[in-house]
Ligand binder design. Structure first.
Ligand SMILES: Nc1ncnc2c1ncn2[C@@H]1O[C@H](COP(=O)(O)OP(=O)(O)O)[C@@H](O)[C@H]1O
Ligand SMILES: [Mg+2]
Length: 271
């Protein structure tokens, strides 16, 4: 992800700082600024967040509201300009790049819109990749277990190219589950799928939370997808402006429309 290693004093030699127990994700005063001076963009303008373990959270917001920046900062793929991030009780702010990479591999799961599987590897090898990269013993029984969870017990030896889009995304979910991560970050996981297949994928994420105790944070623009979450958080201009618990797709869409028209009105006023 092209992160440059900071020249500033690293803080890794201290004992690991602990966040609040029971919280999977904790952000405090997180800001992310692009550029400086008059042209600076405040993509995140002070975000506070505390997500308990075993929760499913959707993050929505108009285009440019900071969703991608939020996900990158929360998942340790980008460094905030200010504030702190704790994952699974571990403070990652100021962590050295190699330790952060190791933490991402062993304690986070990722599901992307474009599946991001390695085409030359089998399904089983793709699922085992996070373990391999984290230097853990490759546990083939564990791979079989998570593949069975996502309904692909019989596809272990297939290559991604032999599978449908929905099946490929199931492999990505199995890969995200294999290390029993503290958090699974999903970025538009159903963006490339038809409605029926999308529902299957969202059902699997829901199942991971309900049956396996996983914690899922999902960015989406789709109110139907967001309605599978316990809670929807709405970003506007780099801050969480609103939240909705157990909302229906219609209720979520109505809140989104409110945010978008506000943003539109502001842009109109500025023009
Ligand atoms: N690398 C970057 N350089 C400069 N500005 C950026 C960069 N990435 C994002 N931005 C700006 O930050 C704001 C938030 O972007 P982003 O997080 O991508 O929003 P979203 O994912 O909700 O569309 C936008 O104004 C965007 O133009
Ligand atoms: Mg985005």
């Amino acid at each position: 992800m092209g992160l440059r290693k900071g020249k500033r004093q690293e803080t890794d030699d201290r004992p690991e700082a602990q966040g609040m127990p029971g919280l999977a994700v904790e952000l405090r005063g997180v800001r992310r600024q692009y550029g400086r001076g008059a042209g600076a963009v405040h993509a995140l303008a002070g975000v506070d967040l505390a997500l308990p373990r075993g929760s499913f959270t959707a993050v929505m917001g108009p285009s440019g509201s900071g969703k991608s920046t939020f996900l990158q900062c929360a998942a340790g793929l980008d460094r905030p300009s200010a504030g702190s991030v704790c994952l699974g009780g571990t403070e990652i702010t100021g962590m050295r790049e190699n330790r952060l990479t190791e933490l991402r591999r062993s304690r986070l799961g990722f599901v992307f819109q474009a599946f991001n599987l390695l085409p030359s590897l089998t399904v089983e090898q793709n699922v085992l990749l996070p373990m391999r990269l984290a230097g853990q013993r490759r546990d083939r029984r564990r791979a079989a277990e998570v593949l069975a969870r996502v309904g692909l017990a019989d596809k272990a030896r297939s290559r991604p190219g032999e599978l449908s889009g929905g099946q490929q995304q199931r492999v990505a979910i199995a890969r995200a589950l294999v290390t029993s991560p503290d958090v699974i970050f999903a970025d538009e996981p159903t963006g490339a799928l038809d409605t029926g297949t999308a529902a299957e994928i969202l059902g699997l994420l829901r199942h991971a939370v309900d049956a396996l105790g996983a914690t899922v944070v999902m960015v989406t623009h789709d109110p139907v997808a967001a309605a599978w979450a316990d809670r929807v958080l709405f970003l506007a201009d780099g801050v969480f402006a609103d939240g909705l618990d157990r909302g229906s797709a219609e209720q979520i869409a109505a809140r989104m429309a409110g945010l978008t028209s506000r943003a539109g009105a502001m842009m109109g006023a500025a023009a």
